[in-house]
Design a protein. Sequence first.
Length: 348
Amino acid sequence: MNYRKLGRTDLKVSEICLGTMTWGEQNTEAEGHEQMDYAISEGINFFDTAEMYAVPPKPETQGATEKIIGTWFKKHKNRDKVILATKVAGRSPANWLRDDKSGTEHSARQINEAVDKSLKRLQTDYVDLYQLHWPDRPISLFGSTGLTYKHIEAETHPIHEILETLGEIVKSGKVRYIGLSNESPWGTMKFLAEAEARGLPRVQSIQNAYNLVNRTFELGGAEIAFRENVGLLAYSPLAQGYLTGKYQNGALPQGSRKQLFNRLQRYENPQADAAIEDYLTIARKHGLDASQLANQFVTTRPFVTSNIIGATTMEQLKLAVTSRHIKWTDELEADVNAAHAKHPNPCP
């Protein structure tokens, strides 16, 4: 396992991060524990979760994933072996996370309530990386076309106030470092500028979707990653399973996320179908499993700090973790980039 520096911190995280969002919905506590056991045995030292998990988000399972991690820590007494990341929800109408039943936002009161609840569920007294799950301000997210910017005016907490709240939490020792998720290049630079101007904590990472059918991070985020040391924690490297080919030609595997929850429409359009078929052809040409090709593409990007993989079965997990052994050749790079030129970002 290779390890990479997290932002400007002294932490070195594994190039593959264990994603956890299915635990408590598609996976049981025992299965979550088995996945963590295997991850540690393979050299993974980085786990990512969120107060909102399991997914899809709903009151009945909110916080379940963090609880599963917490019982694993209690069982093994190995909190010091893991660099732990979790997230606080951004502004949304989800009214089941807060005690007063209000929608989520990045107010000081809500952030403090959220971090305390996460620590209790995780059975730890600190989190290594605390991330803003999505912005407090309204922006287009999660499957928007990415072709145009639609400006929305609405109430929002100023970024410097959010950073001041996070700064107090860092001072308290509950959080070591902070990061962003589902953020834009403008938002990332604004957080950096406010932190520098006011002597507040600096964001160390950004967790955004990134995969063969969504390389939009390269358009603005990648330069920030290099010049500002705010590396990408890439999630959805398999485009929620579509890059494995399991949904091609209208297939709907029993027990798949699409079959269970009827979500994922962002990956369903004619351009996406054609692009995915090209990537499946590239995998066959090189004698590779399609999921391993997709994962290793993400892991080998120089602006990626860690590739957040996720699985519902141990077979899937082992394929994802061992994808790091694939030799990424110049020919593979050329074939992938040729396909990208034909079908640029069909699923932003």
